[in-house]
Design a protein around this ligand. Structure first.
Ligand code: PEP
Ligand code: MN
Length: 263
């Protein structure tokens, strides 16, 4: 169960030695979308050198418009596998449909459920029957309690390996893409033993806000960060404005390493 009443000790998710939760702070980094083999391998090498322990990259993309880039799908997944082979970084990528469960269970190290699918209960139930850790992102307009109940759906079906992610919520504010709810981190820590990470990139929508929000995430006790990094943000197929260039990401990691032990 996700509730602290049933388990005091903080859950640690261990993906072949890469840990998140408990005392382990880890960084997941990579592009919004996988765009080519060269792109993903080059970013994977850069983020690994900077200290990231997981590579992210979308292959199946939940875009607001059906006419926007939808991701390279199976082909994108293959590219992620190549990047994993080249760097050893475990891969984190989003699933959108229960049809892909088998494919993801077979190849993906951490299966991401995006904000838009946080309450896709049938998908959550099926993910509960897999053995892979699930990165569950908070819905755009979901309460903390709803997020924890969605984790409960996965856990109730047998999979206790859930990482929660605060990625900003919808408010009246328009300057930022979303409003990062920093108070969700201590709140979740009080209610649940599950690890909780922060995605400052999708919260802010602006690359220059990623550093201050990352520092804030550390200050409020997050167990990790998920940060979008792109080799050429100006020409990114998705979320360029919020993506850090590899050099900037490396500088951010240096700064964060002075605040927290990054594993
Ligand atoms: C993402 O991580 O690429 C993503 C689509 O995020 P979210 O589901 O939080 O919008
Ligand atoms: Mn994105």
């Amino acid at each position: 169960k996700a509730n602290k009443l049933f388990k005091q000790e903080e859950t640690v998710i261990d993906v072949s030695g890469n840990k998140i939760g408990g005392k382990h702070f880890a960084v997941i980094a990579g592009p919004c979308s996988v765009e080519s083999t060269e792109q993903i391998i080059s970013i994977a090498k850069d983020v690994k050198a900077a200290g990231a322990r997981f590579l992210r990259g979308g292959a199946f993309k939940p875009r607001t418009s059906p006419y926007s880039f939808q991701g390279l799908r199976e082909e994108g997944l293959d590219m992620l596998l190549e990047a994993r082979a080249a760097t050893g970084l475990p891969i984190v990528t989003e699933i959108m449909s229960p049809h892909h469960i088998e494919l993801f269970e077979k190849h993906v190290d951490v299966i991401q459920v995006g904000a838009r699918n946080m309450q896709n209960f049938e998908l959550l139930k099926e993910l509960g029957a897999t053995t892979k850790p699930i990165l569950l992102k908070r819905g755009l307009s979901s309460t903390i309690e709803e997020l924890i109940m969605s984790a409960e759906y996965i856990m109730a079906s047998g999979n206790e390996k859930v990482i929660l992610c605060e990625r900003g919520i919808r408010t009246f504010e328009q300057f930022t893409r979303n409003t990062l709810d920093l108070s969700a981190i201590p709140a979740i820590k009080k209610l649940s033993h599950l690890p909780v990470i922060v995605d400052p990139s999708h919260a802010a929508g602006h690359h220059w806000m990623v550093e201050p929000l990352s520092k804030a995430a550390v200050a409020v006790g997050a167990d990790g960060l998920m940060i979008e990094v792109h080799n050429d943000p100006a020409n990114a197929k998705c979320d360029g404005p919020q993506s850090l260039k590899p050099e900037k990401f490396q500088r951010l990691m240096e700064i964060l390493k002075q605040l927290v032990k990054i594993e």
